[in-house]
Write a new protein. Sequence first.
Length: 133
Amino acid sequence: PSGCSLICVMKCTTPRGNSDECGVQFGTEGSGYCNRNNAASSYFGATVTNFTLRTTISGTNTRTQSSIAHNTAFNTHKIDLTSTYCTLSLNGVSAVTNTTGLVTTPVDVNICSASGNNLTSTFNITYLEAWNH
């Protein structure tokens, strides 16, 4: 395959602490955190204002915030990952593209929701689909 894509319809609660985050990602490490190595994530966390695309490979972390502010409504997140770019679309509109920190190894879909402050970090998913292309 030349790449992979996923679509996820979800809503995130507002993170309450500096370590709180929620999102969906392609990654090589099955973990609840969106900041793992070898990953492409659509996430929202306490340290960012807007929905963000994060690509990470071998410790190189590229975070690009979209212009769409976090909200508690259901939003459609689409990640398109190839060997030359990773694009995040939100609600059917291309939001951001990263060309660095791209994962080049086989990946799985991971859901990430974490709280580093012993507080509740939750979100709801109504649809999730992933495929190779």
